[in-house]
Design a protein around this ligand. Structure first.
Ligand SMILES: C[S@@+](CC[C@H](N)C(=O)[O-])C[C@H]1O[C@@H](n2cnc3c(N)ncnc32)[C@H](O)[C@@H]1O
Length: 209
């Protein structure tokens, strides 16, 4: 059901007609520098949609990218855009799948990026499946960068209910294997000029068991 919803969104709307649209995502690029992530390290963007972030990552030299989304249309749109720009995509792994159930390589990624996806996991089962996949796929010492609706953010996105988080609630949900590195709250401005409160946090995976 959820897959049909997202397919419909990306088949009927242009990239800049959705509330989460960003013309660029410099915050994430700055965080990569802060974390000293090297261009050949492995990054996964889960629920990537048609995010411009992929263009920016490639243009900045990051080459080992996994781009995952529930919507095939979204990934095809990103592929088309990259081709038009002449950006190199040979090393990109494109994955159409549900982040809760998709099979990912074990202890593979140096960094897992999620912008506006985890907050759609509103049941305990979805959250547990998502976190099991995250913990299985992230290397020991790897990073999680997550931007989701803060406790004073919207209660819905794309017409779907969301789970909002304070930093403390997120820490509790992620569990003791994740150590906080950085956190900030930001207001995202939608294409129609409303604002949404986001919590961006960076965690290191300690994998202590
Ligand atoms: C609000 S959009 C954010 C897109 C992108 N991260 C950005 O910042 O522009 C949420 C995205 O998550 C994807 N998504 C939702 N549930 C998902 C799931 N269970 N597995 C994988 N992707 C999912 C949707 O298809 C959509 O592209």
């Amino acid at each position: 059901m959820s897959q049909n919803h997202w397919e419909d969104v990306y088949q009927t709307k242009e990239a800049d007609q959705v509330s989460w649209y960003q013309a660029q995502d410099d915050q994430f690029l700055d965080l990569l520098k802060l974390l000293k992530i090297k261009p050949d390290q492995k990054i996964i963007d889960v629920g990537s949609g048609t995010s411009i972030l992929i263009d920016q990552l490639i243009a900045s030299g990051y080459s080992n990218l996994h781009v995952l989304d529930l919507s095939q249309t979204a990934l095809e749109k990103t592929q088309l855009r990259l081709a038009h720009k002449g950006l190199k995509t040979e090393n990109i792994e494109w994955v159409v799948g549900d982040i809760c159930t998709v099979s990912l390589p074990h202890q593979h990624f140096d960094l897992w990026h999620d912008r506006a996806v985890f907050h759609f996991m509103t049941t305990a089962q979805q959250q547990e499946q998502y976190l099991a996949n995250l913990k299985g796929a992230l290397k020991k010492g790897g990073y999680l960068v997550m931007s989701i609706f803060a406790e004073d953010g919207p209660t819905q996105c794309s017409g779907l209910p969301v789970q909002r988080y304070s930093l403390e609630e997120l820490q509790k949900r992620l569990g003791h294997e994740f150590t906080l590195v950085h956190a900030q709250k930001d207001l995202h401005r939608t294409p129609w000029d409303s604002t949404q409160s986001f919590l961006t946090s960076v965690w290191q995976f300690q994998n202590q068991g």
